[in-house]
Every structure is written in structure tokens, then in C-alpha cells.
Design a protein around this ligand. Sequence first.
Ligand SMILES: Cc1cc2nc3c(=O)[nH]c(=O)nc-3n(C[C@H](O)[C@H](O)[C@H](O)COP(=O)(O)O)c2cc1C
Length: 380
Amino acid sequence: MALSIQNPLFLLPGSVSASPVASQTPHFRSSRLAQLTFGNGRRVDFPIVFAPMAGLSHVAFRQVVRSYLPAGAQAVLFTEMLSTRLLPKEDVGHTPQTQVAPGEQDLVPQLLGNDERLIAQSLEKLQAISPAGIDINMGCPVSKVLKHNWGVALMGDIGYAEKVVRQTRRLTTLPLSVKMRTGLTDDPEYLVDFARMLEEAGADWMTLHPRIQAHHRKGSANWSYIARVREAVRVPVVGNGDIQESSDVLRMHMETGCDGVMVARAATARPWIFWQVGEALGLPPPSGRENERAPRSPAEEGLESGRALNRFCDELEKHFLPEQQLPRLRLFLAWGHKWLFFGHYLGTRVNRCADLPAARKVIDAFFAEPKTLQPRTSLQ
Ligand SMILES: Cc1cc2nc3c(=O)[nH]c(=O)nc-3n(C[C@H](O)[C@H](O)[C@H](O)COP(=O)(O)O)c2cc1C
């Protein structure tokens, strides 16, 4: 399938673009991600990746994010991590974690596990949602995951991690990726060896969240490690960690040379960050928002916040049973409120509600007065 050269984000090395926008847009010009063919024949031309977040990266949130993608942009969106112990027994496509909306052909389900047989069965089951790629979780730092030797625990044993990647490689022809951390210890040389091992074992691309296991999400992500890993391997490297504003996306790319940038927590507050980045890169607004500019000022973002929350609630109602809706709204607000002026008040009020209709009334009342969204928060 030919790669569109109208999109300025991705130019294959050596290709020349006729687009006047391209010559003004230095960002992501030679992203290696553009060279991969994903499942369903897809090529990625918008390198801002929606992150896997347990309890959050479900169909309702993804639909909100999609409503802010530049029109026609081809991105990849992760599911939340999916246990390879559960997937084989599940009705994939009909569980809260795996249901998809019509046309979601750009999904990267993330596997949590290490057992070849269960991974094989999980991949079989995942065919029901036609994935665009498959990711292996080597970043989850929580102790109940570590004790099974899943998540970032796999980074502690390079030989074992290699086996898991080689086995998974043999089981799928889809682009295979690994999302990892710096590791269990802060050792950039080990990290580089680990990344090279992933490439050798058959990973087509990787995402690096440069924090060690013990730091969970505290402190700062060390972006310089993204640059080191990108230098050390030939496959695409996506950077992740501490993106709050659209300028951070561009800065991470400029500072590290990464092939794409993954956004997690900030998307709960500012899902239109995808629109903002697209706009900065000269891409069209999302469909349905033609002739509009992306919200930028605290007041514009405050107004959009109310709209996005309403859209999120609509999607929750559409895709989830009543008892599944409110916990997902609460988790969404538990992160998103941090950027919102008086967001803590909103979160507390929503937490007291009995169901989504009650929470919607609280949200409507909250946004009846103009609100502002701050560009940055402490994130701790
Ligand atoms: C609520 C929550 C759930 C998460 N679940 C996952 C997960 O299932 N798999 C994963 O690889 N990372 C998970 N992460 C980590 C994020 O994908 C990301 O690596 C991390 O939040 C740093 O990115 P950020 O600074 O943009 O938030 C989770 C993060 C949060 C806040």
C-alpha cells in the first residue's frame, strides 16, 4: 500500500514531498513508524499514540480521543493491558476491556503475561477484534504483577524476556511491540542491551517510559534514555512519560528523535491534545470541527473540558452496563481533575453520586459557570 505523502508528519527517508506544509514542518519527518504495515493494511501517519491505561483505555475513552484526531489521520491506539490468563476464557470483543466500536481497525491490544500457551490462545481470541498490532507489557510496576514475573519483572531477566518475545514473534505476523520502562534499576547500558535484544528477538517497534520500577509514576521521566535507545536500535522507538501539553509532544520528539510520542494521563484532562499537535503540524481539524481552531487558552480548554466529559458520559452509556459506567467516570476524573480549576471539587461530588445520570447532573451544574484548565499540574 502506498504511503500518502500529503501528510507532513511522515516522510520515508529519501522521499520528497510536494506539500508546502511539509517543508515548513520539521517534526517527525523521518519517523520509522511510517515504514511499518500494521494489521488491516494500515500505515500510521500520525505518530501520537494513545497509551494503554488499565481501567481507562476502553472503547468510551478511545471514542473521545478519536473525536479529536485530525481528519483522516492514521494513528494507533492501545487497549488497556489484557491478562493472558483471562483472555482465553473470555468472549473477546464483548468484555468491558475488549469491546470495540465499529471501524476500530487501529488497535494495539496489550498483553500481560509470559506463558507461551496462554499467549497463543490469547492471540487466537484477539482475532475477534482485528488488531492492528500486538504489544507485550514489560512496564507494569505493581507488586501483584511482578510476583507472576509479568510486566517490568520481565526486564530483570533478559534471557527470559527474549524467550517471551521470540515465542510471541512466532505466533503472530502482526507488528509486535514491547512497552517497557528503564528497568528494575537505573542502568542505561542494560536498557540499551535490552532494547537491542528486543529488536533481535523480533520486536518491530518499542515504547519506552523511562522510569525505573520503584518510581512507578513519581519523579521525572528521563527522556535522555529515549534518545539513547533510539540511537541503539533500527526499529521505531516511541517515547512516553510526562507529556502534559502539546508543546511537550514536539519537545520530546526534538530532544530525543523518537519516532512517536505516547500520551497517557494528560489525555484524561486534555484529549484534544491530539488536535493541538495536529494543528501545530499543519493537519486539518477533526471531522465535525472544520473551521475551528484547537482550544488553547485556559478558558477555551475549560469549555472543551465540559464538552469532552459529556461526550465521555455519552460513550459510557452507549457501551457499558449501568453498573460499569460510574466507576469508569470516577477513574477518568481521578486523573483528569488535576488540571481542572476546582476539579477536585468536581471529583468529590461525582464520587458521591449513585449512578451516571446523577453524575451527569453534577457535571452540568459544574460547567454551568465558565471553568479553566491549567496547562500543567504537579502530576504526583
Ligand atoms: C491509571 C493508569 C493505568 C495504567 N495502565 C497501564 C497499562 O495497562 N499498561 C501499560 O503499559 N501502562 C499503563 N500505565 C502507564 C501509562 O501507559 C504511561 O506509561 C504512564 O502513565 C506515563 O505516561 P504519562 O506521563 O503520559 O502519563 C497506566 C497509567 C495510569 C495512570
